[in-house]
Design a binder for this molecule. Structure first.
Ligand SMILES: Nc1ncnc2c1ncn2[C@@H]1O[C@H](COP(=O)(O)OP(=O)(O)OP(=O)(O)O)[C@@H](O)[C@H]1O
Length: 219
């Protein structure tokens, strides 16, 4: 997918300003401060928001798991089947050990359980899986499980993911950094350093290495 020169205005404010991104195979990660335009970019890519300018060239079947979502009172299995996208949801329900939730009312699930179900649905439905904050509401074990599943699928799916969890940079093939509605960095993870992050978040950020993984900390 190629996103070229997107300009989005909501109310009287420019929210996306000349945003150009080129998705690679594997894991494309978008991060940036609260309000920098990440969700607006994903919503524009899936067609929920019409840009004032720019174009989106896409040949993949898209699926989307939003950061916030409506919780209907309906069986989990019917949530998975809704939209009739013929997803192979059984595979992902099994992979994430969610079989025991299928007959439950979606509305009564915990926030983490709901998150896992909508992730399973997105994994089942798209070739380009777009996930807004997939790790939010998840405990440390489920975060690892989702990251491991994404890594294991990255040769058969493309991912476009937003996250405030910078640890996930370690697994990204392409990193897009946003600030104030603009893309301020796009490229490989090796280009993400303390200077860039301190500029983007406007707090001093330090880099530490543990077991060959890179972590960014503020303390
Ligand atoms: N419908 C709207 N009308 C006016 N402003 C909006 C509207 N929707 C979003 N915004 C503004 O656009 C900016 C970008 O919002 P967006 O949700 O895309 O940011 P984000 O990077 O996903 O933030 P977060 O990390 O907090 O989820 C914010 O300042 C937000 O207040």
């Amino acid at each position: 997918m190629l996103v070229k020169g997107l300009k989005v205005k909501l109310g009287d404010k420019i929210i996306l300003d000349n945003v150009t991104i080129n998705l690679t195979n594997g894991i494309n990660l978008i991060f940036g401060p609260n309000g920098s335009g990440k969700t607006t970019l994903l919503r524009t890519i899936i067609g929920m928001i019409k840009p004032l300018e720019g174009e989106i060239l896409n040949e993949d079947k898209l699926s989307y798991s939003p950061s916030e979502f409506y919780s209907p009172s309906m069986k989990v299995i019917d949530v998975l089947l809704a939209g009739k996208k013929n997803g192979e949801y059984e595979r992902f329900i099994k992979l994430l050990n969610l079989e025991n939730l299928l007959q439950r009312d979606f509305l009564t699930l915990s926030s983490g359980e709901k998150r896992l179900i909508i992730i399973a649905k997105a994994l089942a439905e798209g070739d380009l899986v777009i996930m807004d904050e997939p790790l939010s509401n998840l405990d440390i074990a489920n975060r690892k499980k989702i990251i491991d599943v994404i890594i294991s699928l990255k040769t058969e799916r493309k991912f476009l993911i937003t996250s405030h969890e910078l640890d996930i940079i370690n697994f990204a093939d392409n990193v897009i950094v946003m600030k104030n509605g603009k893309v301020v960095y796009q490229g490989n993870k090796e280009g993400i350093d303390e200077n860039l992050l301190s500029f983007v978040y406007e707090v001093p950020i330090k880099k530490i290495n543990v077991n060959n993984y890179t972590f960014f900390i503020t303390y």
